[in-house]
Design a protein around this ligand. Structure first.
Ligand code: MOS
Length: 744
């Protein structure tokens, strides 16, 4: 074991209502754009309506004449800032997404680029004036279509691995020599995140203790990285910057990096020297805040006649922007999903005149695993094998790329137990053989996976003399229930009831946490809490020994039980210990960086089952039932955990059947940049969703036994839906989303 196991006996695993739920539904939760600092002005951005070229002139006369307009931020009056490196180029030292700076460039890199901003007394005036700003351009030819861009770049590295990975003999030859083989090409549209809370920033350059001080209300998944980024941008020490965000109204990766509207709000605030609020419109979020790249992928699988996979080839293209780099490692899961003698993974990159792609809902498994798991289904058909049995037959003993053992896997359990509960045995392997009236019925399955990530995190845990405990960490509440789940964890380890534990987060004044991305928050914050609790034990043991208690006890003997510290014999109430020591409270700073040395290949796993009904005459696909069975180590809260899996699965439905960013490539602009035309699942699209999990902690992966659950739900869905449509209709549809005209 990498970490010593914990026997949870308190609130961990209980189905508790999230603390932020009531705050949100009663309106007590204050979101970023709802803050109202004194003297605040409103800024509205002016965006480029061409995809590539140069600004020729900006005519602000009409805008300036509007009563209530205070200033117009333009390339020639932009306050000073440093052109720091992006997160990709700085090794994640900063969270800055892009080196295209708002209102500071005369060159245009994508439609929707912020070229100016109007600052006014009211939002309405600023918006009105922004429409009056007239920008003229020298237009250059652009490419926004992935099929028209040369894929002539190799990513430098893909999540710590090279862009080309080869194992064993020549995979193409091995594939050629295989008895049974499949080779499939996949096309995936790009996607946009569409959180309901738009990207918003309120910035103020003021003073604190006589020194310049920047306060930023920001909707973000990256508070502490944001603080470092603002500091670097504006030449301040991190202590001269405070970023605040107690609630996030949806993000899905789009608030992981710092997008231009945050920088623009700061530049406006610096220009007018009072607080300025800037909220991106829905349209501006399409141009401005990142998206999932479109993809072209190929997966080829070769097997012997018994279904032993002999060759896996996974290759393809993702896009990045003209100026900046984001690499989505869509071949990553293929490194370790199946046992194979020969493996060849190869990614290339093309440049498009668009905003930079970014993390979106389980990157890179969502696009990559779709292609892999749909092809595995094709292989099962060629072999006339059950697709679950084919997967189990090719279960690897070790990670095929690193050779490391798995921290735990339990994928076979997920497939078997999920199949049992879903009623997989009622499936007919023959396409078009199950009907319900004019509907063709089909079942599909796919594996799900997501890597176990952690980010360095620090936490203060405080024991108070009234018998309560406080947790403080600058992590983010994405809406997933972090405050509740981490309070459960701390309560369990401290032997306290859940109502005695409170958590503060969402403020850089608290000990630094990492980005809430990569499904990393639970294990990262939890690891730091465990460390803090262990330090508290040491302090309490010392206190007790000063009073001649626990004289012969070692740290291992000390436990927290029902508000008391015990060595197994003597029981000392924590309040009494603090009182005797003359201390009102006791705080320990815990930290967690991840294991010193990565001995294991650590991932969450799952199996996704889908039943579809297809009306070929109308091209309709109705998902009737879904089941996800997951193995993600300890689940801290059964209710919020279940919600996260369901949320991921619903996003998977969107990815499979609805979500697509459409372009008019003649103009290099997005045509469905709104929630009316960018289709996402609504209640009528979402069937009964059944969720179950294998309740086995993974202390090889994490000090609290938990692995990530936030994103894995989405990863198997598109392939399971596609495989179910094949089972219903006999059609292999190798494109996402699968739309009516493809089904007809
Ligand atoms: Mo997640 S897409 O890493 O926020």
């Amino acid at each position: 074991m990498t970490f010593k196991s914990i026997d949870y006996s308190g609130p961990v695993g209980k189905s508790l209502v999230r603390k932020s739920g009531r705050e949100k539904v009663t309106g007590a939760a204050t979101f970023t754009a709802e803050h109202q600092p004194d003297k605040m002005l409103h800024a509205v951005a002016v965006t480029s309506n061409i995809a590539r070229g140069k600004i020729k002139s900006i005519d602000t006369r009409a805008a300036k004449n509007l009563p209530g307009v205070r200033a117009i931020l333009l390339p020639d009056n932009v306050p000073s800032f440093k052109r720091i490196k992006t997160f990709n180029d700085s090794g994640m030292k900063h969270s800055l997404a892009s080196n295209v700076f708002p209102a500071a460039e005369t060159e245009i890199f994508y439609a929707g680029q912020y070229v100016a901003a109007v600052i006014a007394d009211t939002f309405e005036t600023a918006r009105d004036a922004a429409l009056l700003v007239k920008v003229t351009y020298d237009t250059q030819s652009h490419v926004t279509n992935i099929d028209n861009a040369p894929a002539n770049e190799r990513p430098e590295s893909l999540m710590g691995a090279p862009a080309v990975i080869t194992k064993g003999e020549d995979a193409q030859q091995a594939w050629q020599a295989s008895t049974v083989k499949v080779d499939a090409d996949y096309r995936l549209y790009g996607n946009h995140h569409n959180p309901i809370e738009p990207h918003a920033t309120i910035a103020h350059f003021g003073k604190k203790n006589g020194k310049p001080f920047l306060t930023v209300y920001d909707t973000t998944q990256s508070l502490a990285p944001g603080q470092a980024t603002y500091a670097a941008l504006f030449d301040l020490a991190p202590e001269q910057v405070q970023v605040i965000c107690p609630y996030v109204g949806g993000a899905f990766g789009s608030k992981g990096a710092m997008w231009p509207q945050s920088v623009l709000a700061c530049l406006c605030a610096k220009l007018v020297d009072v607080p300025v609020k800037l909220v991106a419109t829905r349209q501006q979020m399409y141009g401005g805040t990142g998206h999932r790249s479109p993809f072209r992928q190929r997966v080829a699988l070769g097997a012997d006649k018994d279904g032993n996979i002999q060759s896996i080839i996974h290759s393809g293209i993702a896009s990045t922007s003209r100026k900046d780099v984001y690499n989505e490692a869509f071949t990553m899961a293929t490194r370790m999903m199946y046992r194979t003698e020969s493996l060849h993974l190869e990614q290339s990159r093309c440049r498009l005149d668009t905003q930079l792609p970014t993390f979106m809902r389980a990157p890179p498994e969502t696009p990559g695993l779709y292609a892999l798991e749909a092809t595995v289904d094709e292989l099962a058909t060629e072999l006339a094998m059950d697709p679950i049995e084919l997967r189990i037959k090719n279960e690897p003993e070790v990670d095929q790329h690193t050779g490391k053992p798995f921290s735990s896997r339990l994928l076979v359990d997920c497939l078997r137990q999920g199949a049992e509960r879903f009623g997989w045995r009622n499936r007919s392997a023959k396409p078009r053989s199950q009907k319900d009236g004019h509907w063709l019925i089909g079942m599909g399955v796919a594996s799900a996976t997501y890597p176990h990530n952690v980010f360095p995190t620090q936490v203060d845990v405080t024991l108070n003399e009234n018998g309560t405990a406080d947790i403080a960490c600058c992590t983010q509440e994405l809406g997933t229930g972090t405050r509740t789940a981490q309070s459960q964890l701390a309560a369990d380890m401290l032997g306290l009831p859940i109502k005695k534990v409170n958590m503060r987060l969402g403020d850089t004044a608290l000990p630094p946490g990492g980005i809430s991305g990569g499904s990393a928050t639970t294990a990262s914050v939890g690891g730091a809490i465990r460390n803090a609790v262990e330090k508290l034990k040491e302090q309490l043991l010392t206190l007790a020994q000063q009073q001649d208690e626990f004289k012969n006890a070692s740290l291992d003997d000390i436990h927290f039980v029902q508000g008391a510290v015990t060595d197994g014999q003597t029981r000392l109430p924590m309040e009494d210990l603090l009182e005797q020591a003359g201390k009102p409270n006791l705080t320990a700073r815990g930290s967690f960086k991840g294991p010193e040395e990565q001995k294991y290949s650590a991932h969450s796993y799952g199996a996704t089952f889908v039943e579809v009904a297809v009306d070929e005459a109308l091209g309709l696909v109705r998902v009737r039932r879904m089941l996800g069975c997951y193995a993600c180590g300890t689940i801290l809260n059964a209710r919020t955990g279940r919600s996260q899996f369901i949320g991921g699965m619903v996003m998977g439905l969107g990815h499979a059947l609805q979500e697509a960013t459409h372009w008019d490539h003649r103009y290099g602009r997005i045509t469905n940049d709104n929630l009316a035309e960018y289709h996402i699942p609504v209640n009528a699209d979402v069937p009964d969703i059944d969720v179950m999990w294998i309740d086995t902690p993974d202390f090889n992966a994490s000090p609290i036994g938990a692995k990530g659950i936030g994103e894995i739900g989405i990863t198997g869905v598109a392939a399971a839906v596609s495989n179910a449509i094949y089972n219903a209709t006999g059609k292999r549809l190798r494109q996402l989303p699968i739309t009516p005209e493809m089904v007809m």
